[in-house]
Design a protein around this ligand. Structure first.
Ligand code: NAI
Ligand code: MG
Length: 373
């Protein structure tokens, strides 16, 4: 029996292109693993009314971890339009499968390293090496949303002094998304960020929030961060508001080492950080829980490039590196990162986003050639 059982969910669009690149590299690394493919994504929404069929959740429960490509998500209105006519008006509603998976498997920590590899012409600076820790199951992405606002909810909310000015608005003209932050959720993501800083020898952790305005949810994050930092002597806590952070990240990105954010702010901040080190084509991520993990590039399905094998596989290959770390395969992980770094530095084989014309699979092949060196 193979040492690792890995679920493979290519998903939609370029998720499939970059998964093929990952397979080339995994085969060459000879990872002792069994790969089990699964169904996820837009075609299953259209045909079954469920972008994450139960058989796929079951598959994941029987594996050690999952490698995920990308999925396509659309607004409520557009999703309903594309549903198989036979399934219409039967109560199906679209919900992003990756968001659902993060919640279902309690993958509380989304770790997104953004490192400037030498020789990448798109690096904003060459000395950027930071990691974003994004809370992954709560916050504004909890999925607790209303439109129109139910009567009974308005009755409760109306007691809040700041709600008064909305009480005259018709309920069918109010949409509400809840930012739910639990103490456990806040403490878990903040602790993960500090643990990572300690293990990797980094000296500061920056909480990216907005507690001056989001007084309760932001306030809870701040309070818990100030409590947890006391357990980590030698590591400093910096507190920066999300808006100012966007400015600082463009001004002095080299000053930051570990960022910790609630779900939405982490989503936004990590795309900004990705662009500092070459764009979404270089941004890997790991969704980690206590018992399971899903690895996926930060980018989405980029529909306009579907099936063209044009996009950069580096984000996916760096994601494979994170998966190897999780599986305890540190030797293979080290070899893979060195090969990736060498290919970037040599710059002979590059996809369109860094000014080249190599295909997704040619880049993967070049990485495998460098693995052997
Ligand atoms: P996206 O990440 O798919 O693409 C944005 C743009 O970034 C692309 O048009 C392309 O110019 C560039 N890009 C992305 N990946 C690249 C790569 N590997 N190499 C080179 N260039 C790359 O984001 P977008 O356009 O906002 O969303 C497209 C679809 O993906 C939507 O349906 C969205 O909901 C979904 N999405 C899914 C995610 C996931 O699966 N976790 C994450 C983000 C978006
Ligand atoms: Mg995102």
């Amino acid at each position: 029996m193979a040492r690792h059982r890995i679920a493979i969910l290519p998903g939609d669009g370029i998720g499939r292109d970059v998964m093929d690149a990952a397979k080339i590299v995994l085969d060459k690394l000879k990872l002792d693993a069994e790969y089990i493919p699964g169904d996820v994504g837009w075609e299953f929404w259209k045909s079954e009314g469920n972008a994450l069929p139960e058989r796929t959740s079951k598959l994941l429960r029987n594996t050690d971890c999952c490698l995920f490509g990308a999925i396509t998500s659309k607004s409520k209105e557009d999703s309903e339009k594309e549903l198989n006519p036979e399934l219409k008006d039967k109560g199906y509603s679209y919900y992003s499968p990756i968001v659902k998976l993060r919640q279902e498997f309690n993958l509380h920590t989304n770790m997104r390293p953004c490192k400037a590899y030498k020789g990448n012409p798109l690096n904003f600076r060459d000395d950027i090496d930071l990691v974003v820790f994004r809370e992954n199951t709560e916050g504004l992405y909890s999925g607790v949303e209303y439109y129109p606002l139910p009567d009974e909810l308005m009755a409760v909310l109306a007691k809040h002094p700041r709600m008064k000015r909305f009480t005259t608005v018709p309920l069918e003209d109010i949409a509400l998304s809840c930012r739910i932050i639990t103490r456990t959720g806040a403490r878990t993501i903040i602790r993960q960020a500090f643990e990572y800083a300690r293990k990797s020898g980094r000296k500061n952790v920056t909480l990216v929030e907005k507690p001056n305005v989001l007084r309760e949810t932001g306030g809870l994050m701040l309070h818990e961060a100030r409590d947890i930092v006391s357990e980590y002597p030698g590591i400093e806590l910096q507190e920066v508001n999300i808006d100012a952070m966007c400015m600082w990240l463009v001004k002095n990105p080299q000053d930051y080492q570990v960022l910790v954010c609630a779900n939405l702010f982490g989503d936004i901040t990590s795309d900004l950080c990705a662009q500092l080190v070459g764009g979404l084509g270089f941004a890997p991520s790991a969704n980690i829980g206590n018992n399971y993990a899903i690895f996926e590039p930060t980018h989405g399905s980029a529909p306009k490039y579907t099936g063209q094998y044009k996009v950069n596989p580096m984000a996916m290959l760096l994601t494979v590196k994170l998966m190897l770390d999780y599986l305890g395969e540190s030797e293979l992980s080290g070899r893979l990162e060195e090969a990736i770094a060498r290919v970037i530095k040599e710059g002979k084989i590059r996809t369109y986003d860094i000014g080249g014309n190599a295909s997704t699979l040619e880049v993967a092949e070049e990485v495998t050639r460098n693995l052997a060196l």
